[in-house]
Design a protein around this ligand. Structure first.
Ligand code: SF4
Length: 257
């Protein structure tokens, strides 16, 4: 699936549907796209995932898409399951293993996973890397992503990263999506000290909660001091949301935008 997310070449839509678990979910982009575009176009796949009040709580795993990375010829930067949450409690562990198995095999691409369910993700990744054959394996082409909207979520992520989880031996790269950012945050030392990548953005769309521009300057300074790439996706100035407002703050670990 093509994508409007500027730092991705491709969106690998392996799951659909979700349920809200954070203040950052209030104006869920995936929910809006599913309701307005995907459900009317592909009712057999998406219609039961959303209703007039938003997500129904149903989640669907698209097994037929597991082979897509094999068909992309040139290496791509791929967002994994951004139309839901791969680590949602209704996604079977076996399916998550299949997704990681496909990423293991098709290592020519760079994959970005992303979840709001930090703890579940940590447990499942530990289970994934536990089998002995994987302990010698490293998958630096898979960036494990966590999304947070406020300091309390960042702090819970810090606890996870501070515990030096087993999975980091296999997945050394972690990225953090602070979108929508709802308040100023101090980034986790465990992320800054070991490299990583930070993406941030204000909330966009109707009913958006403005945070101003100062928290983004503060994030940029924290990243600069730690030599961590920083990507500012959008912020709100006055009443207007500006996309990639500062081109030199659109950094990616692999160069380019
Ligand atoms: S976790 Fe992500 S996809 Fe799920 S409701 Fe929240 S913002 Fe939407």
């Amino acid at each position: 699936m093509s994508t409007s997310i500027p730092y991705l070449d491709e969106h690998w839509s392996v799951v659909g549907g979700c349920s809200k678990c954070s203040p950052g979910c209030d104006h869920c982009w995936a929910e809006a796209v599913t309701r307005q575009r995907l459900a009317p176009q592909f009712p057999e796949r998406y219609a039961d995932l959303v209703g007039p009040d938003g997500w129904t709580g149903a989640v669907r795993c698209f097994e037929e898409r597991l082979g897509q990375p094999a068909r992309w010829r040139r290496p791509r930067v791929v967002g994994v399951g951004f139309m839901g949450d791969l680590f949602h409690e209704q996604v079977p562990d076996a399916f998550i293993s299949q997704v990681f198995g496909a990423m293991e095999i098709h290592a020519q691409h760079t994959y970005l996973t992303l979840t709001k369910r930090h703890y579940t993700c940590g447990v499942l990744l530990d289970n994934y890397v536990l089998p002995h054959r994987l302990l010698a394996l490293r998958m630096p082409h898979v960036w494990i992503g966590f999304t947070c909207c406020n300091q309390s979520e960042v702090d819970s992520l810090s606890c996870l990263l501070n515990s030096e989880p087993l999975w980091r031996h296999v997945f050394p790269h972690v990225w953090l999506s602070l979108e929508p950012l709802l308040e100023p945050v101090v980034l986790p030392a465990a992320l800054l000290q070991r490299g990583g990548w930070v993406v941030a953005g204000s909330e966009a769309g109707a009913g958006r909660r403005s945070v101003g521009v100062d928290p983004f300057y503060a994030l940029m300074r924290q990243c600069r001091d730690a030599h961590v790439p920083f990507y500012l996706k959008q912020w709100e100035v006055g009443n207007r949301v500006e996309s990639i407002p500062v081109p030199k703050w659109a950094e990616t670990p692999w160069g380019g935008q």
